[in-house]
Design a protein around this ligand. Structure first.
Ligand SMILES: [Zn+2]
Length: 155
């Protein structure tokens, strides 16, 4: 709620994706972890199960990624699709990167969204730019997904 209300926070000047990567922030929504990339459940999901594949290194945009990091993000995206398909049976996915504030980026740390979609889940909602908060138990969903990722073996 502090984020939503714009209340000042001691962590305002810290990149939240770096903090999640380094373990200095709350880890409850981190669902999978590799050397170059990790997968984080979005705290403000467009739909239930909205995940993000995030490079561990702070990288402001796609051009700053190494080829290995780019490949790792894509592998993580495939794992996210596999796990979400088994766990939540969506009818489709929106997959993509918002780069730059004009494109709706929420952080200066590039990340790829993986948003499960169900037929008729909404009128076409603003997937790439607006935030739609759904009431749900994020942490219990994250715990279930974390177990599913672990069953795939190391990222
Ligand atoms: Zn960062």
């Amino acid at each position: 709620m502090a984020y939503v209300s714009g209340a000042p926070s001691a962590t305002d000047d810290v990149c939240f994706l770096c903090a999640a990567a380094s373990g200095t922030a709350d880890q409850s929504l981190v669902v999978d972890r590799g050397k170059l990339v990790y997968i984080l459940m979005n705290r403000f999901p467009y739909t239930s199960g909205h995940l993000m594949a995030v490079p561990v290194r702070h990288t402001p945009g796609v051009l700053a990624l190494t080829p290995d990091e780019g490949a790792a993000i894509f592998v993580a995206t495939q794992r996210a699709i596999r796990v979400l398909t088994d766990a939540m049976h969506p009818d489709g996915f929106n997959i993509g990167i918002n780069q730059g504030s004009a494109a709706g980026a929420s952080a200066e740390h590039v990340h790829q969204h993986v948003v499960p979609r169900w037929a008729g889940d909404t009128n076409f909602m603003p997937v790439l730019g607006d935030v739609k908060v759904l009431p749900q138990d994020l942490e219990s969903t994250a715990a279930n997904l974390r177990e599913a990722f672990a069953r795939l073996g190391p990222l």
